[in-house]
Design a protein around this ligand. Structure first.
Ligand code: ADP
Length: 281
């Protein structure tokens, strides 16, 4: 029995072709799910050994730390050992971030159920973003200025929304010169809430603009690597935007700075979960 085929034939649609196509779609959904589960499982398994590496490097640094300022200089070997331990710590932290973001991305792609949407104030999102980006901003002496119309509210997951804006602000900081300004402005326009992050940084070439939201795509390999990023930040922003029924846009001039704008629906969708599942998210 083939209820779909019978139904389609009853509608006068050439059964064979449509049925084959339906089977292909089912198969490709299944493969996409297998791939997501695989990435999620591998990432999860990697978290424990990476955490152990970080702790071991820390223990090595603690154990070889000079006891006081007046202690005689460390031997050359010990200095080298400390340098290697610092490197292990740095690289394992980076690996940890990569795994964390891979997990986050697979979660957003639907490997796990989404939390039910809740009202989230833009004020809360901005406070959270400032908190999360404080260290990077201080390290580069970048002044992050936020400004929001009072009373703006969006609907969805508070942590995901904060992650999306924080990723944009992190990038704005990383791809700018020191002592510049990053502006984060929220306003209501048409039926959207718009959150725009503007930097005075290096900008993006026109032929890279369309590709930077792809996983691991980097416009400037050398620069991007040295920022310690994973190449997943914007892919995550894009998924969060679409999971919230919105989108992210960029306007940029090479050498002249960039503006990334997150556009989110101002009103809660009737049933966000239904909208998302019918969109296959
Ligand atoms: P990464 O971890 O490399 O920053 P992202 O996905 O966040 O990964 O960004 C992808 C690429 O887009 C970056 O490597 C960089 O080349 C470019 N990019 C992102 N944000 C900016 C920005 N504000 N200014 C200039 N280039 C940017």
């Amino acid at each position: 029995p083939d209820p779909l085929g019978v139904h389609l034939r009853a509608m006068g649609i050439g059964g064979g072709f449509v049925a084959v196509e339906a089977a292909d779609v089912t198969e490709s959904h299944r493969l996409a799910r297998v791939r997501r589960d695989f990435v999620a499982n591998v990432s999860h398994e990697l978290k424990t050994p990476i955490g152990a590496l970080q702790l071991l490097a820390e223990a090595l640094l603690d154990a070889t730390e000079p006891a006081g300022a007046d202690v005689p200089d460390l031997s050359e070997d010990l200095v080298a050992a400390r340098r290697f331990a610092e490197r292990i710590q740095h690289e394992s932290t980076r690996l940890g971030r990569l795994v964390q973001e891979l997990l986050e991305l697979t979660r957003l792609q639907g490997a796990e159920p989404q939390p039910p949407p809740e009202p989230v104030t833009v004020e809360w999102v901005f406070a959270e973003v400032l908190d999360r980006t404080r260290t990077s901003a201080a390290a580069r002496r970048v002044d992050v200025q936020v400004e929001a119309e009072p009373g703006l509210t969006v609907h969805g997951s508070d942590t995901q929304l904060a992650t999306a804006v924080a990723n944009l602000v992190e990038n704005a900081i990383n791809y700018s010169a020191e002592e510049t300004v990053v502006r984060v402005v929220a306003c209501a326009a048409d039926d959207d809430i718009r959150i725009a992050v503007t930097d005075q940084g290096i900008g993006i070439a026109p032929n890279d603009v369309d590709r930077i939201f792809e996983r691991f795509y980097r416009a400037d390999q050398a620069r991007s690597r040295s920022t310690g990023g994973t190449g997943l930040g914007l892919a995550i922003v894009k998924h969060i935007a679409s999971n919230h029924g919105g989108r992210v846009e960029v306007s940029s001039t090479l050498g002249g700075g960039s503006t990334f704008t997150l556009r989110l629906p101002a009103r809660p969708p009737e049933d966000l979960a239904a909208t998302l599942s019918s969109a296959g998210i």
